[in-house]
Design a protein around this ligand. Sequence first.
Ligand code: MG
Length: 285
Amino acid sequence: MRSPLGFLVDMDGVIYRGSELIPGAKQFIERLLEEQIPFLFLTNNSQRTRRDVAIKLVRMGIDVDEHHVFTCAMATARFLARQKPHGTAYVIGEGGLLQALHENGYAVVDRSPDYVVVGEARTITLEMLEHAVDLILGGAKLIGTNLDPNCPTQSGTRPGCGATLAYLETATGKKAFTLGKPSPVMLRIARKELGLTTSQTIMIGDTMETDILGAVQMGYRSVLVLSGGTRRSDLRNFAYCPGLVLDSVAELSDRTRDLEEIFPAPILRADDTPHDLQEWIAAHA
Ligand SMILES: [Mg+2]
């Protein structure tokens, strides 16, 4: 029997912080594996390939493989392959993005590209940015893997893909299109990858602007965990809210509580029109 629910799980701030596992995260993932509940790790970091990410998790003691990982670089490459099959791209980014583009039939070029594609990159030079500006003004379309303005590092903060995009947008007057969370493009591909319906999908994350906003826009159920960058008092700054707030995923690893009991199947799906009065009354009781 197929599981009636499945999870899209953010990693940084949910599973680990930097190189440290969050207590209970390993047990939560082990539970999902044992109970055959489908899940996919979603990351807005385009630097690493899905295999790189899987190895990082394995080394932390979480026994998953690359099929459990979906990155914004993958969402970007699949989107471009659909918009313009076998296109060309000038890339400001690293291995994860380059590999995803190649796997989706794209060629990486320096001259006359269809797109300028920007991801996380720690080796950007002013020459690369100048060249990108020329290409965009010459007609190449600007694509970003994600909008995150910065990324936390071991020693502090470094500028993220969103900052690079803002630079290029200001210089060219062109607006980028981005694919990572909270983009419906990434969240929809991820759900379909698991074979779930909208009402079966539950997003777990620590960031309101990406994880929770994305879930709210898609009609997925959402869980905000406070083990990352968001505090309970931050919720008042947002006009939307998560379905459930937990200290961490450790609260979902207690096997005496059934996950289906914590997340009962909604009788009425968000996208359903009720046809039965008794069903409607039961759902709203
Ligand atoms: Mg996070």
